[in-house]
Ligand binder design. Structure first.
Ligand code: SAM
Ligand code: SF4
Length: 423
């Protein structure tokens, strides 16, 4: 999400005559795009700001904070961080050129109004992906699910879907630039809705219009993932076989406290539906441990659910209280840090085991792999991803380019990757 936003910001600034520099020493304006999801993310931003202080003092650069942390803290950020000249929320990027001018004339500027309809739909983002293979396309902004632990609805505003025509236009541009894969992104793509077009219909339109392009999307919400979406995925080979379906917890008690809008049973039924419609679909998830009042029994339910689903991969977090959320106002962050860490480690250890089983199942299978470049470890090997979003490393005597497609048979695996040979 933040990469996509930074690309929009780059495009707006490009049009106003600014150019991106790779060296901080030559920058007149330093902008940092921020996330507020967990406290750690904000701590890292403050660390970066202290690094920018030197640049500000020695080269008279101005420093701006963009995105969620800007939206959350508003003027307080200027008061707390003397390095900061500009604070711009996620719906105010169009105003950046004039705000930068104001900041350059010595004023401190804060602009954090949220909008009900801004989707930046007419802006073709500047692409950051250096290998030119895969690009993000934002199809909606905001979120109004109000999961009790989550800051997103407060800092990104109400949910807005983007006009499908502008989405198609952006993908045309991406294809013309040589990209081979797009990821349609939103906080809950399953609730995409523009006039008569729901997410399944949008997928259908995109898959038909761009048969040569691999299509991915993220994030799905278990409460809204429809059979219509699964049917559409099954219908088109260019829609990748991977669904990221965050579960957060395997306990109904926790899911209710989190206001997730589904039960463990409903979630498992959705997983069964995925397997029925798309038997070769990879499933990944987000899991959060240590939320308010989580008991050992709740935690065990999460571990059991992980085994039951057999996730291909997972992002795992410990609960971090965010000021302003429903949970911060009405619930107690009462799981001791040591206990949160223990539970998180158990979840990570289990996922490592489950991930190994998921990789073992791929041994001997042949996958179409979209080449992303040379592997990190060796100049003689390439890396790419299969439709299931699994990373595959393989040698090749023939020089390959990013964006090439090859068939690779899996022969072994490490903790993070499948390893094979071109056939
Ligand atoms: N919209 C997506 C969904 O509902 O699944 C996820 C968006 S959020 C950016 C990504 C993940 O961050 C969530 O799935 C959740 O696991 C985690 N997260 C959100 N708020 C959190 C918090 N307060 N503490 C720890 N993790 C959090
Ligand atoms: Fe946050 Fe829930 Fe919205 Fe995801 S769906 S962004 S977790 S409020």
């Amino acid at each position: 999400m933040n990469v996509a936003d930074s690309e929009i910001v780059s495009s707006i600034l490009d049009q106003s005559g600014y150019t991106k520099t790779d060296s901080i020493e030559s920058a007149d304006v330093i902008l940092i795009n921020t996330c507020s999801i967990r406290e750690n993310a904000e701590i890292r931003v403050r660390g970066r700001l202290s690094v920018f202080k030197k640049q500000k003092n020695e080269h008279k650069a101005i420093v701006g904070v963009l995105g969620c942390m800007a939206e959350r803290l508003k003027d307080d950020l200027i008061k707390q961080e003397k390095t900061v000249d500009l604070v711009i929320g996620p719906d105010s990027y169009r105003l950046l050129p004039q705000m930068i001018e104001e900041a350059l004339s010595g004023r401190k500027v804060v602009q954090t109004m949220l909008s009900d309809d801004e989707t930046y739909e007419d802006i073709i983002p500047v692409r950051y992906d250096s290998n030119g293979v895969s690009a993000f396309v934002s199809i909606m902004r905001g979120c109004q699910n109000f999961c009790s632990y989550c800051i997103v609805p407060y800092v990104r505003g109400v949910e807005r879907s983007r006009n499908p025509q502008t989405i198609l236009k952006e993908i045309e541009d991406i294809q013309a630039k040589g990209y081979k894969e797009i990821t349609l992104i939103g906080q809950n793509v399953d609730s995409y809705n523009f006039s008569e077009t729901n997410f399944a219909k949008l997928l259908n339109i995109v898959a038909l219009a761009f048969p040569q392009m691999r299509i991915r999307f993220s994030t799905n919400h278990p409460k809204d993932l429809s059979n219509e979406v699964l049917e559409t995925m099954a219908k088109y080979a260019n829609i990748c076989r991977h669904i990221h379906l965050p579960v957060q917890s395997g306990s109904n008690h926790m899911l209710q406290l989190m206001n997730r809008g589904y039960t463990r049973e409903y979630y498992l039924e959705r997983v069964d539906a995925i397997r029925k419609y798309i038997p070769d679909c990879a499933i990944s998830t987000d899991i959060m441990v240590g939320f308010c009042d989580e008991t050992e029994e709740d935690h065990q339910q999460t571990l059991l659910l992980m085994k039951e689903v057999g996730y291909d991969f997972a992002f795992m977090f410990k609960y971090s209280e965010r000021s302003g959320t429903y949970a911060s106002k009405n619930m107690k962050d009462n799981i001791p840090e040591k206990e949160k860490i223990r539970r998180l480690n158990e979840v990570i250890d289990l996922q490592n085991k489950i991930g190994r089983i998921s990789k073992e199942k791929e041994l001997g299978k042949t996958f179409e792999v979209l080449v992303e470049g040379k592997s990190k470890k060796s100049d003689k090997e390439y890396m790419g991803r299969n439709s299931q979003n699994k990373v595959i490393v393989f040698p090749s005597d023939k020089a390959l380019k990013s964006g090439d497609i090859v068939n690779v048979q899996v022969e072994r695996f490490t903790s993070a990757t499948l390893i094979g040979n071109i056939i």
